[in-house]
Design a protein. Structure first.
Lengths: 181, 344
């Protein structure tokens, strides 16, 4: 893997990189900036890192066209890992992010806490009205914290089927709470 | 965005929720999620709404309403595993069985010991309580009623003695009075329920009520039936100015009696009116008003019919009355007076 070029080395290539941008690249770019922005101090820094990703892609002799998303993700993740190792910046780099980060929610928002108590009835009713199999699988997975492989084996189902039942239950709950709101 | 797209967004959002539940996500997955969120504003909305559903389901885990579903799921899992050819370790199955049993116990506890406010009266004391919904509860002496109101029901339990209920109409929240294993269900009406050692009496003043009893555990409560054909629901025949007398004990048939409702509610004014009632029943009522306790030790004496009007609390007058009218003998043993029919 080539060493990472610092920003000064990247900037002259900006024009060439931009010319490479297809609609697909723009889509990826937005996600990459958002991804880096949560991990570094400033937005310009996140934009520089995004440029670095495209620079790496252009320089990669094994680059495929069209690019698979997974390929871009791997390059971006490796870039961040390298940066983390080299600069010893924030140890939180390796820490997994909670879903609240992605949604921009404060986990201790008092409204969220109160909401939980107010809607117990509706939640319990919606769960009770699910089809038997869906209700059982969802209850075991979400409330009893039983592993989906264990559930699948016990009921003689595939793991994928267990996932589908959990998804259906979540969709039903989301729908009934949407109606309530 | 079409309905199908919304559905697809919800489905993917649910898959992400499950992924978070499985453990920390790596950087590549984080980017994949970021890309999905950036792709359409509806995706973020779908994730927010499914996240909310996920969180609330977790918050509801301890709710009594969910305990039955949890016990059912755990039971199904341990049974399915028993039949599965590659079942797990037996100790895990036992642990699950124990967990299911604990949950059932919680269900039972909620069912039999609802938390609520209990109103009590002492000997000779009477009390009227205005309940939150405008219903009126009159407690006879030495009586207790537990009141538990929530958004869906108004559940009362007669623990001892007698109480009269004047029920404010609220069709969305049934008003139920449980006494022993019988339940009286009312909407807007006035009635009283009285508990004796051997029977329960429901007197209807106005409106209508249903009188139910617990059936086998897996069945819904059923209507108490009348003696005779053993099929007619007793409450169907319970008109105002009628008393329904249900013997305690499993599924004993009930009987109806006409009552003078003006007299029957006389206890609220401090009078005890008996009209051909068994002495045993009369004595239990008299005892609610006095520290002097009357006792009957043989069933023949207890079955003697008594009639008359007495001032509540004046037990000596009652004793003198029945002794004179029926030629009973009285024996004092400390604070207790024992009544005996002649020749007993």
């Amino acid at each position: 893997m080539p060493r990472v070029m610092l920003s000064e080395g990247v900037k002259p290539l900006n024009k060439a990189v931009r010319q490479e941008l297809t609609e697909n690249d723009r889509r990826l770019r937005r996600a990459l900036v958002a991804f880096f922005a949560r991990r570094v101090q400033t937005l310009p820094e996140a934009e520089d890192l995004t440029q670095d990703v495209f620079f790496r892609i252009i320089r990669d002799p094994k680059r495929e066209a069209p690019m698979a998303d997974a390929y871009v993700f791997r390059i971006a993740a490796n870039l961040l890992r390298d940066k983390g190792r080299r600069e010893r910046v924030r140890t939180s780099y390796r820490e997994a992010r909670a879903i609240e980060d992605f949604l921009g929610i404060d986990p201790l928002d008092p409204h969220r806490v109160a909401e939980g108590r107010e809607n117990l009835d509706l939640v319990a009713r919606t769960i009770a009205e699910l089809p038997e199999k869906t209700r059982r699988i969802f209850t075991l997975y979400r409330i009893e914290h039983i592993d989906k492989r264990t559930i699948a084996e016990s009921f003689g189902l595939s793991v994928r089927m267990v996932e589908i039942h959990v998804q259906r239950a979540l969709e039903a709950l989301a729908t009934s709470m949407e109606a309530f709101r | 965005m079409s309905g199908g797209d919304l559905e697809a967004a919800r489905e993917q959002a649910a898959a992400w929720l499950m992924r978070f539940h499985e453990g920390p996500i790596d950087l590549e997955e984080e980017l994949e999620l970021e890309l999905w969120l950036e792709a359409h504003p509806a995706n973020r909305a779908a994730l927010a709404s499914v996240e909310r559903a996920w969180r609330m389901a977790g918050a509801a885990a301890e709710a009594p309403e969910l305990v039955a579903a949890r016990a059912d799921a755990l039971k199904a899992l341990s049974q399915a595993d028993r039949q599965s050819p590659r079942g797990w370790r037996p100790e895990l199955r036992h642990a699950l069985g124990a967990l299911a049993a604990c949950l059932l116990l919680i269900v039972a506890t909620f069912h039999f010991y609802p938390r609520g406010e209990t109103f009590r009266t002492g000997i000779g004391e009477r009390r009227v309580v205005m309940l939150d919904d405008g219903s009126r509860l009159s407690l006879d002496a030495a009586s207790a009623v537990e009141v538990r109101y929530d958004g869906e029901r108004r559940a009362l339990r007669l623990l001892a003695g007698r109480a009269r209920f004047e029920v404010a109409k609220d069709p969305r929240r049934p008003f139920t009075v449980t006494a022993g294993d019988r339940m009286v269900v009312a909407t807007g009406t006035a009635f009283s329920v009285e508990l004796f050692r051997a029977e329960m009496r429901v007197v209807l003043y106005q409106g209508s009520v249903s009188v139910l009893e617990d059936g086998p555990a897996d069945q819904a409560p059923r209507h108490v039936v009348l003696q005779g054909d053993g099929r007619t629901p007793a409450d169907r025949m319970l008109a105002p100015s009628t008393a329904l007398i249900v013997p305690t004990g499993a599924s004993a048939a009930a009987r109806l009696e006409t009552v003078d409702t003006a007299r029957s509610s006389a206890w609220e004014q401090g009078q005890l009116v008996f009209s051909d009632e068994p002495l045993g029943v009369a004595v239990e009522r008299v005892n609610r008003y006095s520290g002097v306790s009357l006792a009957i030790e043989d069933p023949v004496t207890a079955a003697l019919p008594v009639s008359g009007t007495f001032n509540a609390g004046d037990t000596e007058a009652f004793i003198d009355g029945v002794v004179t009218l029926y030629g009973l003998r009285k024996l004092r043993r400390g604070e207790t007076v024992i009544l005996r029919a002649p020749g007993r």
